[in-house]
Design a binder for this molecule. Structure first.
Ligand SMILES: [Zn+2]
Length: 92
């Protein structure tokens, strides 16, 4: 059995359970991403223009995995969102 948080609709739950999509909650809205198209990546959320930027870093991912291993925790996915202000909005 998979733990089912109350906010999941049935269809999105199904897709998430099969690992086809991943969901992230940004600004109280749920967004979906196709997992198999993505390498481990991290989201940068601009709280001014509400854009989401992404970057990939295998170094950071390795660090996470090493640390989680030391905690004997088995990760199933990563949802990393860093809130802040993007370069464009900082210039304003
Ligand atoms: Zn911005």
């Amino acid at each position: 059995m998979v733990d089912l948080p109350g906010t999941y609709s049935f269809s999105s739950y199904s897709f998430e359970a099969y690992g086809i999509v991943d969901s992230i909650i940004v600004d109280n809205k749920k967004r979906y991403e196709l997992l198999y198209l993505k390498k481990p990546h991290y989201h940068l959320y601009c709280q001014e223009c509400h854009k989401i930027l992404e970057f990939e870093s295998l170094d950071i991912h390795d660090m996470f995995l090493t640390h989680l291993k030391s905690l004997e925790f088995q990760p199933t996915n990563f949802n990393v969102i860093i809130n802040g202000v993007c370069k464009k909005c900082q210039a304003h």
